[in-house]
Design a protein around this ligand. Structure first.
Ligand code: AP5
Ligand code: MG
Length: 216
């Protein structure tokens, strides 16, 4: 299955993608996670991306397309993928479509997880992430068993720098201006299902699975 999850920051793209990828035996490709890994290793791309990420704006399309297209075209993605955070602009979606057409592996489904700005802002301020295995927790909705520690590997959890309230507000503005137009783009291609993402994690998951089965 080749699946794209769209949605504002905090919609649950990361939370749902990792579970879906396991279920679908597909690779989970998160552009945000890849950029954070590049930043941590202080690569040229990581250093370039940092300013944009810290400001809550988007990293330029040409850098993102190069970074994602090579992973999507690689052997690890040949059995299917769940894209999380990419594409995020019309030029990125067009670049992706072009490459997938060449590979004869079109997107099967795009699920837009819609959630209110007030709901996602609350989720982001309570998010804690494992820097080692990228597990995501939330102090209000899905807390780790031991406060501040990853359930899976025991590493101390960290807060993302871009979860500061002013950056969250800028990320939401960026989403509405640059990413929301993708909803119409994919609707026009007949692959879009929109779901309500304001619900609990398990309910949102069930809605995505139903959408993938064509029952959404
Ligand atoms: P990225 O890492 O993609 O961030 P984002 O889109 O802003 O989304 P988040 O990761 O914050 O939210 P999410 O939807 O994954 O939610 P999560 O599951 O974690 O991008 C970061 C930056 O990188 C961008 O700002 C940009 O600068 C750059 N970038 C990345 N991709 C790019 C691209 N393609 N082009 C250009 N620039 C790019 O959940 C959030 C919290 O809520 C968690 O604590 C979770 O436990 C909780 N939660 C999730 N679902 C629920 C639920 N249903 N109920 C209650 N709690 C929930
Ligand atoms: Mg994410």
């Amino acid at each position: 299955m080749r699946l794209v999850l769209l949605g504002p920051p905090g919609a649950g793209k990361g939370t749902q993608s990792s579970r879906l990828a396991t279920e679908l035996r597909a690779v989970h490709l998160s552009s945000g996670d890849i950029l954070r890994a590049e930043r941590k290793s202080q690569t040229e791309l990581g250093k370039l991306a940092q300013t944009f990420m810290d400001a809550g704006s988007l990293v330029p399309d040409d850098l993102i397309l190069r970074m994602m297209i090579c992973r999507i075209s690689g052997p690890e993605a040949s059995g299917g993928f769940v894209l999380d955070g990419f594409p995020r602009t019309i030029p990125q979606a067009e670049g992706l479509d072009e490459r997938l057409a060449m590979l004869k592996r079109p997107i099967d489904r795009v699920v837009s997880i819609n959630a209110d700005d007030s709901v996602v802002s609350r989720r982001l301020t309570g998010r804690w992430t494992c820097p080692k295995d990228s597990s995501v927790f939330n102090e209000s909705y899905s807390p780790p068993r031991r406060a501040g520690v990853c359930d899976l590997c025991g590493t101390a959890l960290v807060r993302r720098k871009d979860d500061e309230p002013q950056v969250v507000s800028q990320r939401l503005t960026t989403y509405h201006a640059e990413t929301r137009p993708l909803i119409d783009y994919y609707r026009g291609r007949g692959v879009l299902t929109s779901i309500d993402g304001n619900a609990e994690i398990d309910d949102v998951y069930a809605r995505i699975v139903a959408a993938c089965r064509g029952n959404g």
